[in-house]
Design a protein around this ligand. Structure first.
Ligand code: MTE
Ligand code: MO
Length: 371
């Protein structure tokens, strides 16, 4: 069993797959804290978790002309330490709502394939500069390879455009700390990539190699997965080369309390949730409806700092509202707006796609009101 050496996990996690391990925190724990505690941070593994020795660990950096650098953990600690709060979301978050409409291929994530941490590490731009890389090529990519691999020896891999990697304002990290601790094994010990504002799939864990290439990564997960398609495309007609790889994610929000099917007290209801947008776009508003979207109220957003163009982390929100007299049930809905005034689509059907990615329709929760 290649998974026999996987780490022990927190019992509160909702497991979507045991081997490889994929799990999400239950909604009520997800928004209990702005910073997700490491043990309940969602986990998305494609392969067994490698067991790496921090003493012998080396990160290989390969430049555009093949020149290479081998960095130990101590070498990485010599770069200026950069610390930022970043929300990581899997492209498959909320996939289960898509598969309710029509079958999709993928893990049945509910609303918890998203979490937030303080990440610390070296900036990728500093490390690439040290490797002798000056930003010149415009059509280049930075490819990442993990040290996890399948039985044929193929490693997990992904890439981002070089322009993002070299932009100090994009704050791409080679992270060695998560919430003040060394990275837990499930989250990439000893080093992972953190690409703020970008889909989780590019945040390569157990990082073994970074290379500057003229093309995107040839990895399955860059080229044959994590892309969006029209609802009309099926597995017979799909042409993965025709769509760009997902990088920045669209605006997203979900209700974490109350839960679907719950009974709420009459009088007053408290609705809680999260909202986030990709590319550093800040969430400026969350609208909540108690009547399926006929009328709306504006939720209260947390006061966490949102830097312009660098709003990498989610906002938690809540709404306390009277339950309209005589109501026996509530159809609670939320939708977020980001600072480009991007909004979420009202239903799943027009954004349904065969892989069930980019699922960001209005989130809906149905509850009964206690008599
Ligand atoms: N990196 C490696 N090496 N192997 C993986 O399976 N999964 C990716 C990404 N990085 C993955 C990886 C995907 S799809 C996601 S959503 C995030 O890691 C999940 O990060 P987390 O498990 O720390 O939440
Ligand atoms: Mo993912």
């Amino acid at each position: 069993d290649p998974y026999a050496d996987d780490p022990v996990r927190h019992p509160a996690l909702k497991v979507n797959s045991q081997r490889p391990f994929n799990a999400e925190p239950p909604p009520e724990l997800l928004t209990e804290n702005y910073i997700t505690p490491n043990p309940i941070f969602f986990t998305r593994n494609h392969l067994p978790v490698p067991n790496l020795d921090p003493v012998t660990y080396r990160l290989r950096i390969v430049g555009p002309r093949g020149q290479s650098l081998s960095l130990s953990l101590d070498d990485l600690y010599q770069f200026p330490k950069h610390e930022i709060t970043v929300t990581l979301q899997c492209a498959g978050n909320r996939r289960s709502e898509m598969s309710q409409l029509k079958e999709v291929r993928g893990l049945e994530w509910s609303i918890g394939a998203i979490s937030t941490a303080r990440w610390a590490g070296a900036r990728l731009c500093d490390v690439l500069a040290k490797a002798g890389h000056q930003f010149c090529e415009t059509e280049a990519h930075v490819c990442f390879e993990g040290l996890d691999s399948d039985p044929t020896g193929t490693a997990y891999g992904a890439s981002i455009p070089l322009s993002r990697a070299m932009d100090p304002e994009a704050e791409v990290l080679l992270a060695y700390e998560m919430n003040g601790q060394p990275l837990p094994r499930d989250h990439g010990f000893p080093v992972r990539v953190v690409v703020p504002g970008v889909v989780g799939a590019r945040h390569v864990k157990w990082l073994g190699k970074v290379s500057v290439e003229p093309e995107e990564s040839y990895s399955h997960w860059q080229r044959r997965d994590y892309k969006g398609f029209s609802p009309s495309v099926d597995w017979d007609t799909v042409d993965f080369d025709s769509a760009p790889s997902i990088q920045e994610l669209p605006v997203q929000s979900a209700i974490t309390e109350p839960k679907d099917g719950e009974m709420v007290e009459s009088g007053e209801v408290t609705v809680k949730g999260y909202a986030w947008s990709g590319g550093g776009r800040a969430v400026i508003r969350v609208d909540v409806s108690l009547d399926g979207g006929l009328t709306w109220q504006v939720a209260e957003l947390d006061r966490e700092e949102q830097r312009p163009r660098k709003a990498w982390a989610w906002r938690l929100w809540q709404l306390q509202a009277p339950v309209p007299a005589g109501k026996k049930e509530l159809n609670i809905v939320c939708k977020a707006v980001d600072d480009s005034y991007n909004v979420q689509p009202d239903t799943v059907a027009p954004i349904w796609n065969l892989r069930g990615v980019l699922s960001n329709a209005w989130h809906r929760v149905h509850v009964r009101v206690a008599p």
